[in-house]
Ligand binder design. Structure first.
Ligand code: UFG
Length: 335
C-alpha cells in the first residue's frame, strides 16, 4: 500500500532530529517529512530558528536534559536519531574550546545516554572534514589520518570515538557523515543559510553583492591554480539525502561506518566569485587580504564510498545551481 505522497508506509520511520532548527538540520527535516517519515525536532534555539521547523514538530529542549530526551524518545517511539545540534565555528573554538567540548561532546554523551535509556539503537552523526586537519593530499579518503587542528574538529572526533564504544559495548549502530562545505538552499524556498554571525563564503559573497561592501578573500598566495583556497561545495539537500540513506542503512541492519559527504570536485574562492557574478549578473566587490589562520589550501572529498555503499549521488552538483538556490533565498529573506 502506498500513501498519497507515494511513500510506502512500511518504510516510514520515527526519527528524532537534534538541531533541526539549524541550517542543515532544517533541510533534512523537510526532506524527511516529504518522504513520509514521522519527525520530532529537538533544539534549544541557541543557534537555530523556530521559523525553520514546521508547526507542531519542535520540542525546545537542551541536549543536557537526558531524562527529558529519554522520555520524549519513549513517547515518540523513536527508531533512529539524526544528531546535528552543535557549535560549528572553527575560529571561536580556538578562543573558547571549553564551550565546544561542553556543548558538542557532553551534549552528545547526554543524548547517547538518553538513547540507551529509551532503547534507541541507531544514530546518524554530523561530523566534519575538519577531522582530517591539514591532509597531506587531496582528494581525501575516509582512511586518511584523523588529526584535527582545532577544538571544533577535535570535539567531533571525540564523539566519533564515543560512538565506536557505544556500538561495541551497547550495540548502538552509527553512521558518521563527514561534511565538506555545505551550501545552497532548498529549491522549494523558505529555508537557507542564516548563521549569526555569518562566516561562510557563499552567503558573504551574496551579501557583498547586495550591500556593495567588499568581502575579503583570505589569501591569494596558496599553491593552487589561482592562488586561492579550494573547497568541495555540497548542496544542502544532497547532504540531507545522505542522512536519510544512512538511517535506512542502519535500520536495515547495516554496520556502523564513516562517510565523507562531498561531490569530489573542488572550486577555488575566485571560481566562487565568478559563479556568484554569473548567477546574480553583478560584480562581487572584494579585496584580497591575508590568509585566515587554520585554512588548509585544499579540501576535496573522495566520495566514492558514500556513492557505492549507500547509493548516494548528488542531484545538485552544478556550482551555478548551488549559488542560484542560495541567491533565491538571500533575495527572499531581504524582501
Ligand atoms: N573565505 C574567504 N573569505 C571569507 C570567508 C571565507 O576567502 O570571508 C574562504 C576561506 O578562506 C575558505 C573558503 O572561503 O577557503 C570557504 O570558507 P568557509 O568559511 O565558507 O568554510 P570552511 O572551508 O572554512 O569551513 C567549512 C565548514 C566548517 C568545517 C570545514 C571543514 O564551515 O564547519 O568546512 O573543512 F569545519
Amino acid at each position: 500500500m502506498l500513501l498519497q505522497s507515494g511513500v510506502d508506509p512500511v518504510h516510514s520511520r520515527k526519527i528524532l532530529v537534534t538541531g533541526g532548527a539549524g541550517y542543515i538540520g532544517s533541510h533534512t527535516v523537510r526532506l524527511l517529512l516529504k518522504q513520509g517519515h514521522d519527525v520530532v525536532v529537538v533544539d534549544n534555539l541557541s543557534k537555530g530558528y523556530r521559523h525553520n521547523v514546521p508547526e507542531g514538530r519542535l520540542r525546545e529542549l537542551d541536549l543536557t536534559d537526558t531524562a527529558a530526551l529519554a522520555s520524549l524518545m519513549g513517547e515518540h517511539g523513536t527508531e533512529a536519531v539524526i544528531h546535528f545540534a552543535a557549535f560549528i565555528a572553527v575560529g571561536e573554538s580556538m578562543r573558547e574550546p571549553e564551550r565546544y567540548f561542553a556543548n558538542n561532546v557532553s551534549g552528545s554523551l547526554s543524548l547517547l545516554t538518553a538513547m540507551l535509556q529509551a532503547g534507541v539503537k541507531h544514530i546518524v552523526f554530523s561530523s566534519t572534514a575538519a577531522v582530517y586537519g591539514n591532509p597531506a593530499s587531496s582528494p581525501i579518503a575516509e582512511t586518511f589520518p584523523i588529526q584535527p587542528v582545532n577544538p571544533y574538529g577535535e570535539s567531533k572526533v571525540m564523539v566519533e570515538t564515543m560512538l565506536r564504544w557505544f556500538d561495541q559495548i551497547h550495540g548502538v549502530t552509527s553512521v558518521c557523515l563527514r561534511y565538506f562545505n555545505a551550501s545552497g538552499a532548498d529549491p522549494d524556498g523558505g529555508l537557507g543559510e542564516e548563521h549569526e554571525p555569518e562566516t561562510h563564503l557563499i552567503p558573504l559573497l551574496l551579501r557583498a553583492v547586495m550591500t556593495g561592501k567588499p568581502v575579503t578573500v583570505f589569501g591569494a598566495d596558496y599553491d593552487t591554480p589561482d592562488g586561492t583556497c579550494i573547497r568541495d561545495y555540497i548542496h544542502v539537500n544532497d547532504l540531507a539525502q545522505a542522512h536519510i540513506l544512512a538511517v535506512e542503512h542502519l535500520s536495515g541492519g547495516g554496520a556502523s561506518d564513516q562517510f565523507n559527504v562531498g561531490t569530489g570536485t573542488g572550486h577555488t574562492v575566485m571560481e566562487m566569485i565568478h559563479a556568484v557574478e554569473t548567477v546574480t549578473g553583478k560584480k562581487v566587490p572584494y579585496t584580497v587580504g591575508p590568509r585566515r589562520e587554520g585554512d588548509p589550501p585544499g579540501l576535496v572529498a573522495a566520495s566514492d564510498k558514500l556513492r557505492s555503499r549507500l547509493g548516494w549521488s548528488p542531484e545538485f552538483a552544478d556550482l551555478r545551481t548551488i549559488v542560484q538556490h542560495a541567491w533565491n533565498f538571500a533575495i527572499a529573506r531581504k524582501a
